[in-house]
Write a protein that binds this ligand. Structure first.
Ligand code: ATP
Ligand code: MG
Length: 361
């Protein structure tokens, strides 16, 4: 799939912008703090409904403005559609597809398929478990509407259960009502564990192959899903933790505590991996995502590469550039874009300065 046109008003430091994009490679270059990431972020929000960096819409609206708009014209393998996104300082954001407003943000998933590569990807390996769970959730939501639904229900039930736990401290009689919430939590939780298991097995296969290629067959990457509960022990674990949950006023076991582990040649990558190995792992995960989306959705996602090429050595740069062949890609880079533009002859080049973007060829 590809984006044909982008319109942006008052988004971060971009006041007004209208651009036509190339179906292949698009290079956005410019100095630091000029608007390159802002441009990518505007596109990313149209795919997922949220920023890849912040949860606060007001940070995304241009200073001293109350509204921001992003409009995209997209063609995929089957149809053309328009995405219209409106943010307001005081309201929830509104999104429309082909002028039909979406009732829920979740309905946006699966239309504009994106994979973003950013310097923060390394956190996928090095960062907290929350970052890995967010990765799993965001990717699965893009490819599975069932997953999105189950996850939403799970968190609704979790919130109710936590509210009840807090009330039980004051009124012990309420403890009997916990069973109802536990039952639902287990039902949604188990389905989510199964979908996560299947997803990580698929990603593990694809990323394993890519990692092997990057390291010329010298290193073996294994990705392991560590669910904190399973079908057989969910109920008993919830019961066992009940007293503790009541004291703490929150649910301390469940899929919101799941973890994902990475091993290279049998050792734990988080503790023992070099920076380069960790980077290769993150890169393999992202490239695997591209493959998985192709397989599951029968469509090619659009790639957003935020200033990542300069961080890769020559071999890995080549590897990525060869993988993005025939995929619409938006690349941002500071200053020198020589290597990329030489390698990618038919690319469109844009210069970014102070929130203005100009087409150069
Ligand atoms: P770098 O090469 O350093 O990554 P960049 O070109 O990607 O730079 P952006 O992250 O797009 O830069 O930021 C562009 C500018 O927008 C920065 O000066 C930033 O401080 C500014 N900015 C961020 N949020 C807003 C906002 N809500 N309103 C106006 N300007 C903003
Ligand atoms: Mg940037």
């Amino acid at each position: 799939m590809h984006i044909n046109n982008v319109l942006i008003y008052n988004f971060r430091n971009i006041e007004k912008l209208s651009l036509e994009l190339n179906n292949g490679i698009n290079i956005f270059y410019g100095n630091n703090a000029q608007g390159k990431t802002s441009f990518l972020e505007a596109i990313y929000i149209c795919g997922t409904g949220r920023s890849h960096r912040t949860n606060y819409d007001r940070e995304l609206i241009k200073f001293n403005e109350s509204d921001a708009h992003i409009k995209l014209d997209v063609s995929d393998e089957f149809s053309d559609f328009k995405i219209d996104l409106h943010m307001n300082i005081n309201k929830k954001k509104g999104i429309a597809i082909d002028s039909v407003p979406l009732k829920k943000l979740g309905e946006l998933f699966g239309h504009l398929l994106l994979v973003i590569f950013s310097p923060e990807d390394l956190e996928l390996v090095k960062g907290s478990p929350m970052i890995r769970r967010r990765y799993i959730d965001m990717e699965l939501c893009q490819i599975s509407s069932i997953y999105y639904y189950k996850l939403q229900q799970y968190y609704k039930v979790l919130k109710q259960r936590n509210n009840l736990l807090k009330s039980i401290v004051k009124n012990k009689d309420l403890i009997d009502s916990l069973d109802v919430w536990d039952y639902q939590l287990i039902e949604y939780g188990i389905d989510i564990v199964k979908l996560r298991m299947e997803f990580i097995e698929n990603i593990q296969l694809l990323a394993g192959n890519i990692y092997r290629d990057i390291t010329n067959g010298n290193e073996e990457l294994k990705i392991l899903y560590k669910p904190s509960v399973n079908e057989n022990n969910y109920e008993s674990k919830l019961l066992k933790n009940r007293d503790r949950d009541i004291i703490l006023g929150s649910t301390n076991i469940g899929i919101h505590k799941d973890e994902m582990m990475f091993y290279v040649n049998g050792f734990d990558l988080r503790s023992y991996g070099s920076q380069g190995q960790q980077r290769s792992c993150a890169l393999s995960m992202k490239l695997a995502e591209v493959e998985l989306i192709k397989q599951v959705k029968n469509r090619t996602p659009i790639l957003l590469l935020d200033d990542i090429l300069s961080e890769l050595d020559k071999n890995r740069q080549e590897f990525v550039l060869q993988k993005i062949d025939k995929i619409q890609t938006i690349i941002t880079t500071t200053g020198s874009y020589d290597i990329i533009s030489q390698r990618l002859k038919n690319s469109f080049v844009f210069y970014v300065e102070n929130g203005n973007i100009t087409f150069e060829n």
